[in-house]
Design a protein around this ligand. Structure first.
Ligand SMILES: Cc1cc2nc3c(=O)[nH]c(=O)nc-3n(C[C@H](O)[C@H](O)[C@H](O)COP(=O)(O)O)c2cc1C
Length: 188
């Protein structure tokens, strides 16, 4: 099979990671693949922030925890996890990538999703697992998150639209579930 198609068909979301860092060379390739994603009007108005520093990863985990604990609308399961000091909201992944973009751009979500998609596929081709984690994007407007984004040099006029964990997979990787019937229609 064409190796690009095979890479597309075999990528799975990975949520358990080995305690082994992604080499910088591979991280740079993954980020480069993201930067070559299609983007509205070719503006490249996004920013990719990759974190491998353990102290900063811990800080991100802690901000997510604090936001969940301070929000009245969170679900019980998440609150229980947030109260558990052993739970890590980045699944102890060694690398975390935040994709941000202009707050008021109608292109932002599409641009960022395509960029992170490219990165996840590039990672898979290098034997590296990944998963989109929606925790930070969905709380991007919270003041504690904004404070964190500022520390990470993410511009004040940016929101987080996509974020993912990356690392070498740990444990069994199950094959993809069969694709649903009826989702594809071709008019010849
Ligand atoms: C927009 C988006 C948000 C997602 N958010 C999460 C998430 O917060 N946590 C998680 O474990 N997986 C998340 N995922 C991963 C999906 O659950 C996963 O892609 C889906 O179940 C299909 O599995 P596969 O990627 O292995 O094919 C997200 C995926 C997308 C595209």
């Amino acid at each position: 099979m064409n190796p690009v198609i095979e890479n597309l068909l075999t990528r799975r979301s990975i949520r358990s990671f080995q305690n082994k860092q992604i080499p910088l060379e591979d991280l740079e390739l993954i980020l480069k693949a993201g930067s070559y994603a299609p983007n509205g009007m070719g503006l490249q108005a996004w920013k990719f922030t990759a974190i491998q520093n353990p102290d900063i990863l811990k800080k991100v985990d802690n901000v997510i925890r604090q936001v969940i604990l301070s929000s009245p609308v969170e679900n019980e399961r998440l609150i229980e996890r947030a109260k558990d000091p052993n739970h890590n909201f980045l699944n102890n992944a060694p690398t975390y990538i935040i994709v941000s973009h202009l707050k008021d751009s109608p292109l932002a979500m599409a641009d960022c999703a395509l960029a992170l998609g490219n990165m996840m596929l590039a990672a898979h081709s290098l034997g590296i697992g990944s998963c989109w984690f929606n925790s930070l994007p969905r709380m991007t407007n919270h003041p504690l998150v904004r404070e964190l984004l500022t520390e990470l040099e993410i511009p004040e006029n940016h929101n987080v639209y996509a974020a993912g964990v990356f690392g070498y997979p740990e444990g069994e990787i199950k094959p993809a579930v069969p694709r649903r019937e009826g989702i594809i229609k071709i008019f010849e």
